[in-house]
Write a protein of this length. Structure first.
Length: 81
């Protein structure tokens, strides 16, 4: 099984709606755009030259945001100092 498919299955199981598209830029170079959203969690959109890289970046962005959301405000304020 492709690793990007494992990530997409994990998104499905976690209640995320997601989609991906391959397109080209004005010079004809291919790139991938992957987006995911979930009510109460926000929307994430990433692009990368490779499909797997796009899914890995999406997964990383979601995990970072979820970790940040679970960190109490007081802890975040002390980290800034």
């Amino acid at each position: 099984m492709k690793y990007w498919k494992i990530i997409s299955d994990n998104l499905d199981e976690s209640g995320w709606k997601w989609g991906s598209i391959s397109t080209t830029d004005y010079q004809g170079r291919q790139f991938w755009v992957v987006a995911a959203e979930r009510e109460g969690a926000g929307r994430f959109i990433v692009c990368a030259v490779e499909k797997l890289t796009a899914f890995l970046e999406l997964e990383s962005a979601i995990r970072t945001a979820e970790t940040h959301a679970r960190t109490p405000l007081r802890s975040r304020e002390s980290q800034r100092k």
